[in-house]
Write a protein that binds this ligand. Structure first.
Ligand SMILES: Nc1nc2c(ncn2[C@@H]2O[C@H](COP(=O)(O)OP(=O)(O)O)[C@@H](O)[C@H]2O)c(=O)[nH]1
Ligand SMILES: [Mg+2]
Ligand SMILES: [Zn+2]
Length: 274
C-alpha cells in the first residue's frame, strides 16, 4: 500500500492512506542506509506486518522542523512578545526559498502594538511585500492562499503557530502556551511534528525553533535566496558580486539610498560572513 506519513513519535509512524490511518514501524534497514522516514514522506507499507517498506523520492526536506514534501511554509512572525526578530525572519525566508518551498509571512500579535509601534512594523510589512514576499495577516486570506497545498507552520515558540492552527480549524484544540514572563518567549507546548488534513490542505504544527542554520548553503546560495540581493544582481558591475564592498555594487548604492531595508542588508552580511 501507498500512503503518507502524517505523524512520527520515536519509531511509531502514522500513515494516512485513502482517508484511513495505519500505525507502522520503520525497518532496521533504513537505519543501515542512514535513511529516516519523515513526516510528509510518501511511503510504501505493509499493512499486515505494519512496516514501512520504501520511502519515495522527496521533493524537498527541511531539517528544522524535520519534514518532507512541503509546498508552502508559513513563517509565523510575532511582532511583540516575543519581539519582532528580523534576523530570524530573514534566515527562515532564505532557507525556505533555498529548499524550493514557497514562504508566506504571517504576522501575529499586531493587536498588542500601540500606534507608533504599529507604524514602525507597517514599514517592514510594506517592504517585504514590495520586494515580492507573500504576506498574510488574516486567517481567511491565509486559508485561500494554502488551498490544495502541503503546508508547514514555522517560527519561534510563542509566536502563535498553534493558536493560528486552532483558528483555521476549531476542532483541533491544540495546546497553546502562556508566554513565560521571565523569558519573554514561549514554552515548547508542541512537542512533535504532525500533519493535519484540514479542508483541502495538509498543515503541520511544529515545535518552535529559534536556532536554525544554513546547513550546506554557500554564500552564493544565500545571496540568490534573498530576493532583492538576487533580483538586483544584474545591475552590479560584476556578475559574481557578493555586495560586500565591490566596485560598482548596485546593492550598496540602494542601501545608501534607503531603498533596501538596513536590517535586511545587515542580516545578509551576517549570514554570508558566518
Ligand atoms: N494578543 C495576541 N496573543 C496571541 C496571538 N497569537 C497567539 N497569542 C498568544 O501567544 C501565546 C503563545 O501562542 P502559541 O500558539 O502557543 O504559540 P506557538 O508556540 O507558536 O504555538 C498564547 O498565549 C496565545 O494565546 C495574537 O495574535 N495576539
Ligand atoms: Mg505550539
Ligand atoms: Zn553587488
Amino acid at each position: 500500500m501507498i500512503g503518507r506519513i502524517i505523524k512520527n513519535i520515536s519509531n511509531d509512524y502514522t500513515i494516512e492512506s485513502n482517508e484511513k490511518n495505519y500505525l507502522c514501524k520503520a525497518r532496521g534497514k533504513f537505519k543501515q542506509n542512514k535513511e529516516t522516514p519523515l513526516v510528509g514522506d510518501i511511503v510504501e507499507f505493509d499493512e499486515n506486518q505494519k512496516y514501512i517498506l520504501k520511502i519515495k523520492a522527496r521533493k524537498n526536506e527541511l531539517i528544522r522542523p524535520k519534514i518532507a514534501n512541503i509546498d508552502v511554509a508559513v513563517i509565523v512572525t510575532s511582532v511583540k512578545s516575543p519581539d519582532f526578530d528580523t534576523t530570524l525572519l530573514d534566515k527562515n525566508l532564505t532557507i525556505i526559498s533555498y529548499n524550493n518551498i514557497t514562504p508566506i509571512i504571517y504576522f501575529t500579535k499586531l493587536d498588542l502594538l500601540d500606534k507608533s509601534e504599529k507604524q514602525n512594523i507597517q514599514k517592514y510589512i510594506d517592504y517585504y511585500q514590495k520586494i515580492g514576499y507573500n504576506i498574510s495577516t488574516s486567517v481567511e486570506d491565509l486559508t485561500k492562499k494554502i488551498a490544495n497545498k502541503t503546508v508547514v507552520l514555522t517560527g519561534q515558540s510563542g509566536a502563535g503557530k498553534s493558536t493560528l492552527l486552532n483558528k483555521i480549524d476549531k476542532n483541533l484544540s491544540l495546546k497553546t502556551a502562556e508566554i513565560s514572563q521571565s523569558l519573554g518567549r514561549g514554552k515548547h507546548t508542541t512537542r512533535h511534528t504532525e500533519l493535519f488534513k484540514i479542508k483541502n490542505f495538509y498543515i503541520a504544527d511544529t515545535p518552535g525553533f529559534s536556532k536554525i542554520d544554513f546547513i550546506n548553503m554557500s554564500k552564493i546560495d544565500i545571496r540568490d535566496n534573498m530576493k532583492e540581493m538576487f533580483d538586483n544582481l544584474c545591475h552590479c558591475k560584476y556578475h559574481d558580486c557578493l555586495h560586500i564592498n565591490e566596485d560598482g555594487c548596485f546593492i550598496i548604492e540602494l542601501v545608501k539610498q534607503n531603498k533596501i531595508l538596513k536590517s535586511r542588508y545587515e542580516n545578509y552580511i551576517k549570514f554570508i560572513s558566518r
